[in-house]
Design a protein around this ligand. Structure first.
Ligand code: C2G
Length: 128
């Protein structure tokens, strides 16, 4: 059983998110997703449109996703990798290099972001 792990806020879930979840799942058999809590989003400086509970519910409805866990701090990744026996850690390449310290525990893969879509763009449309 090859386990893949990724993290994100996944606010206003869109096809850019779905595309990285799809590609992440292709790298293994089981995909675990750490979703940022509302409190951690404050730390990240992100103002979410959708609550943690609803963002978690939407993620759990995605067929590529096998388990959703809370992400409440930057420092939890090593423990999450160990707890979930993670083989591959995946993030979009906007994070390239930021999580290379995890190579001590698992493979680290940065995948190209999907161009033309972002939560920020969607918010600007919603705010009109
Ligand atoms: N993403 C993507 N293409 C987009 C938008 C997002 O591939 N057009 C990817 C990001 O690169 C990230 C994932 O989707 O890997 C989730 O993006 P966000 O919800 O914006 O998450 P982020 O704020 O980057 O949080 O500890 C890591 C952080 O929690 C990551």
């Amino acid at each position: 059983m090859k386990t893949v792990l990724t993290y994100g806020t996944f606010d206003l879930l869109h096809y850019g998110h779905l595309e990285i979840l799809r590609r992440a799942k292709e790298l293994g058999d089981r995909l675990v997703v750490g979703i940022s809590t509302d409190e951690f989003n404050q730390v990240k400086g992100k103002n979410c449109q959708i609550s943690y509970e609803k963002r978690k519910e939407f993620l759990e409805a995605v067929e590529y996703v096998d388990l959703v866990i809370p992400e409440s701090e930057w420092e939890q990744k090593v423990q999450d990798v160990k707890n979930n026996e993670v083989d591959v850690f995946v993030m979009g390449d906007d994070w390239k290099g930021k999580f290379d310290y995890l190579t001590e525990y698992c493979d680290v893969v940065y995948l190209p972001r999907t161009l033309g879509i972002s939560t920020t763009k969607l918010k600007s449309i919603l705010d009109k």
